[in-house]
Write a protein that binds this ligand. Structure first.
Ligand SMILES: [Zn+2]
Length: 234
């Protein structure tokens, strides 16, 4: 381990990457300061750093290749979302019952409108549940651009970035604390040649899914030869 570069910096927080941040077993680098996960730059994948086998297609993902490049699909479905279905049914049934009983009564208007906030929650939660059941994220990588979209239910997060602007991709660790404990998921980010950073895929992914997208983008766009500030060059 005496050949490790000392000048490699975390693309997210710019902390120097230390020897302990290299996971030889996994073939990945994890910034010990901010948790960012990334594949080592290709210039380092030989020599001091043991070459890792390519990230296999993770579960919940599908890969299509075509003349222009490739498309990665990721299903949003996860089993816990099934628990939301009975909740949505009970919530919405209660509201339907409430408005049905109000329609025949002469209750004042503010009593009739009282549950509008509950209606908003019911609609929002139902839409979220349907999206989690049926939506997919589509990441198209061509030599011209990287495009991210979500559907069939409309959702925010559409992105298109010119391939020539992408200097590096990396996986940002997002930690959420809620009453059930701590959940960790990953987003895919890109460092652009103008020095800006842009979130490419925000959907809550596990590390293998995020690393897979990073790998496919870097391989297709052949990012290895572009220099990053602080990147180790032989
Ligand atoms: Zn970092």
């Amino acid at each position: 381990m005496d050949h490790l570069p000392t000048s490699l910096k975390c693309p997210n927080c710019a902390s120097p990457i230390r020897e302990a941040d290299y996971d030889q077993e996994q073939g990945t680098i994890r910034c010990s300061y901010c948790g960012t996960l990334m594949l080592p730059p290709k210039t380092q994948r030989s020599g001091a750093f043991r070459a890792r086998p390519p990230v296999a297609l993770p579960s919940g993902m599908r890969l299509e290749t075509n003349m222009r490049g490739l498309v990665i699909y990721r299903r949003w479905f996860n089993w816990p979302v099934l628990f939301l279905i009975p909740f949505c049914i009970v919530w919405n049934s209660f509201l339907v019952g409430f408005f049905t009983s109000m329609s025949g009564s002469n209750a004042p208007w503010f009593v009739r409108l009282f549950p509008l906030g509950h209606v908003a929650v019911g609609v929002g939660l139902s839409y979220y549940t349907l999206a989690m059941l049926f939506n997919r994220t589509r990441v198209e990588v061509t030599h011209g651009s990287v495009t991210v979209s979500h559907g069939p239910l409309p959702w925010t997060g559409w992105r298109e970035i010119a391939a020539g602007l992408i200097d590096q991709t990396y996986c940002k660790e997002i930690i959420r604390r809620n009453k059930n404990g701590v959940s960790t998921h990953y987003e895919v980010w890109v460092a652009l040649s103008d020095g800006k950073h842009s979130r490419l895929v925000a959907a809550g992914m596990d590390p293998e899914q995020a690393l897979y997208i990073e790998q496919q983008i870097e391989t297709t766009l052949d990012i290895k030869d572009r220099s990053m500030p602080g990147e180790y060059r032989r």
